[in-house]
Structures are given as C-alpha cells and as structure tokens.
Design a protein around this ligand. Structure first.
Ligand code: NAP
Length: 302
C-alpha cells in the first residue's frame, strides 16, 4: 500500500470493501474509520472492518489518505467537520457516483496544501452497510479518477497505485465527462428500473400478487436494481441533474420510436434494434465486465 494510514469516512458497502480488499494483501497499513450512527460504528467494529473512531476528526488524525464514502449529498458536510484539522500533504479522495457537484462543494472547504483527487469505483451492489462489503468487489472493475487542474502528479500516481492494489483498473477523465458517461451507464438505467418496478407495483394492486409470483427474469433484474439504497440514488439525481436530463431526453425519443414500431407492427425495426443492443451485451462480456453464466453468475442472494 502506498499509504501508511488510511481513514474511511462512512462505513458502508464501499468503505468496508475497501478495508477488506486492503487487508487481503496488506496487514500493516493502519485503517481507521467512522460512521454517522453509533449502530453502524458498532457493526463495523464487530465485523473487524477497521479501527472504529467516534467522529471524523478522530478518524482522520494522522492519516495520509482520507476516503469519503458517504452519499454524494453528505460529502461537503462531513468534510466540513474535519477540514480545519488537516495538515498539508494529505490526500483526500472520494468514491461518490457523481463528480462535478461534489468537487464544486468540497474545493471551497478544503484548506490549501491538501491534494483532493476525486474518484469513483465502478463497482457495487444493491446492498448497503458494512456487513455487505466484500474483499473482491473491485477486482477487474474500473475506478475513474477525475483529477483537477494543477493536481500533484506524485499524489495522483500514488492514488492510482492504491486502486490498482485493490484489483481495480484505473482511468482518468474530467468530471463533467464522467457524469455524462455515468448518466448513460448507471444513473438513467437505475431510474428506468425504479420506474418499471413502480409501474408493476401499481399493477400489482389490480392483479393482486401475480406480478410478484410470476415475475420473469427481466422484471426480477429490474427489482434488484430498484432495491438500491434510496438515499444514495436520491443524491445521485439531485447532483447529476443536467446529464441525467440529457440522457432521459434521448431515452424518451428512442422509446417513442420503439412504441411507434410496436403500434405499426414494424418487425424489421424491432429486430434490427434488438440485434444492435445484443451486440452491446456481447462487447461487455468480451471486456470482462460481466459473465454470461445463468443469472449473470450472481449467487441467489448476491
Ligand atoms: P452505504 O453502504 O449506504 O453506506 C453509507 C455510509 O454513509 C454509512 O456510513 C452512513 O452512515 C453514511 N451516511 C449516510 N448518510 C449520511 C449523512 N447524511 N451524513 C453523514 N454520513 C452519512 O453506501 P455505499 O454504497 O457504501 O455508498 C457510499 C458512496 O459510494 C456513495 O457516495 C455512492 O454514491 C458511492 N458508490 C456506491 C456504489 C454502490 O453500488 N453502492 C458504487 C460506487 C460508488 P450510517 O450508516 O452511520 O447512517
């Protein structure tokens, strides 16, 4: 590990996975962490995730890397709690699913001399809390860093090396581009899943339990995504408004054109469209970003 002491602010799925992933290979790096509630702090302590501290000021004391692992909307308020205690030379990063809004809120709070390098590991599940963390979460998954202009190249190199040590592949891009890419690949798909499950839930009132009992694979996959943490996803849409609306606009246009094809019985259009989308799936498998095992290789409760 390129750091002696890593502090985790927030003890949930992502931070617990970071701690467990570090411990897989490295027993010496000191890992401290804290969470807002006593309940989560106790749980993390029982699970042995890290040395649990009562508050962010205690958790960051002496750390050379601080990782913010709270919902995007809470990033600024947690930084506010410890910012004044930071010493020059410390690197602060985050794992938030949105980048531009987080940067805009954090930069004014951090004292000078601190290397702030925003990040986002593209790995996760629909589960929350320290008990859902696992050591292999980042293996072969991408972690996107969105370094700011004038960022220390040495600090950036260390952070890249850190994520590679957790098994991730690292890429860099600017924050706005990240937010647009993620709106396509993650944010809007989640909104669509939430919507579809909401529609089915409305129908469930008419058809009683049929939607639940006879749910086919397509709907079940939507429900898995739509079970994701409401706080995290509320914050994603509040903080990635423009890119989400841009992609939703395009989605609505495509949906309208498919709707027209269904109404007109335009089988050729539907077939060509579905052939094109099948190709996207093939390319994702080829890139090693999913598996074609039954149920996508997920365990029953994964
Ligand atoms: P999680 O398991 O739900 O854990 C959230 C943590 O944040 C908990 O420690 C929680 O504290 C704390 N927290 C929640 N609201 C807070 C607030 N208002 N103020 C201070 N602390 C607060 O979440 P996660 O899945 O690890 O996600 C953490 C971050 O990673 C988010 O920014 C998310 O966008 C990003 N991310 C998530 C995924 C994913 O798939 N889950 C993937 C990539 C990135 P208490 O439990 O003590 O209340």
């Amino acid at each position: 590990m390129p750091y002696n002491h890593i502090a985790l602010i927030g003890l949930g799925l992502i931070s617990a996975s970071i701690a467990l992933s570090i411990r897989r290979k490295d027993k010496n790096t000191k890992i401290t962490g804290t969470s807002r509630s006593l309940e989560t702090r106790k749980k993390a302590d029982e699970l042995g995730i890290c040395e649990v501290r009562d508050n962010p000021v205690e958790a960051v004391k002496g750390a050379d890397l601080i990782i913010l692992c709270v919902p995007v909307g809470a990033m600024a308020s947690v930084v506010q709690e410890f910012a004044a205690t930071l010493k020059p030379g410390v690197t602060v990063t985050d794992v938030g699913s949105v980048k531009a809004a987080v940067i805009a809120k954090i930069i004014p709070i951090l004292p000078t001399g601190i290397d702030f390098i925003p990040g986002h590991p593209l790995a996760g599940t629909e589960n929350s809390g320290p008990e859902s963390g696992f050591a292999t979460l980042f293996d072969n998954r991408w972690c996107i860093l969105t370094p700011l202009k004038g960022c220390s190249s040495e600090a950036l190199k260390r952070l890249r090396f850190f994520w590679e040590g957790l098994g991730a592949r690292v890429d860099e891009m600017d924050a706005e581009h990240h937010d647009l890419v993620l709106a396509v690949t993650s944010h809007v798909p989640h909104l669509i899943a939430y919507t579809m499950v909401g529609v089915a839930d409305d129908l469930a009132n008419i058809t009683k339990s049929e939607v639940i009992n006879y749910s086919a694979a397509g709907f079940r996959d939507f429900t898995r995504i739509a079970a994701s943490d409401p706080t995290m996803w509320r914050d994603v849409f509040l903080n990635n408004k423009d890119a989400s609306l841009e992609i939703l606009g395009r989605f609505s246009e495509e949906l309208t054109s498919l709707q027209r094809a269904v109404r007109r019985g335009d089988g050729e259009l539907l077939f060509d469209y579905f052939t094109r989308t099948r190709e996207v799936r093939r390319r994702i498998l080829e890139a090693g970003q999913d598996t074609d095992a039954p149920n996508f290789g997920r365990e029953k409760n994964d």
